[in-house]
Design a protein around this ligand. Structure first.
Ligand code: RB5
Length: 143
């Protein structure tokens, strides 16, 4: 199950991503927002982060205007690794190396065609499982 969240700056791109997920029979839960009306991205970042940490959802996709505020918020949660990506190379690398559990994107940064490819790459790339990457991920969790 994929958790989706966005603010008004990411709403239109989220609709495009939902079309892709529907076409590919990928199950998702949409945690809002539900319109272009101005709202606050931390609300949705927190909902998606909590859904992943509870085990309700396996991965998440968060979108705001830039992808920055929403990813910063999600990364405040221990165990969340939200990667802001605007290209497929980064989306692949962050799964292989960081075992990222949230993909963040900017609705005002990437167009729908590229965004769908980034989502496809992110969802279909497994974590490498390499010990060096596991060690580095473990180090993220301590100050
Ligand atoms: C909203 O205007 C915008 O600030 C928000 O979507 C995001 O880009 C913040 O990081």
């Amino acid at each position: 199950m994929i958790a989706l969240g966005c603010d008004h700056g990411g709403y239109e791109l989220k609709q495009e991503i939902k079309k892709y997920l529907d076409e590919n029979q990928v199950a998702y839960q949409d945690f809002g927002c539900d319109s272009l009306e101005a709202t606050d991205y931390p609300i949705y970042a927190k909902k998606v982060a909590r859904a992943i940490l509870s085990g309700e959802c396996e991965k998440g996709i968060l979108i705001c205007g830039t992808g920055i505020g929403i990813s910063i918020t999600a990364n405040k949660f221990k165990g969340i690794r939200a990667a802001l990506c605007s290209d497929c190379f980064s989306a692949e690398a962050t799964r292989l190396h960081n075992d990222a559990n949230i993909l963040a994107m900017g609705g005002r940064v990437v167009g729908p065609g590229l965004a769908v490819k980034i989502v496809d790459t992110f969802l279909n790339t497994p974590f490498s499982g390499d010990q060096r990457h596991k060690n580095r991920i473990a180090q993220m969790e301590t100050e």
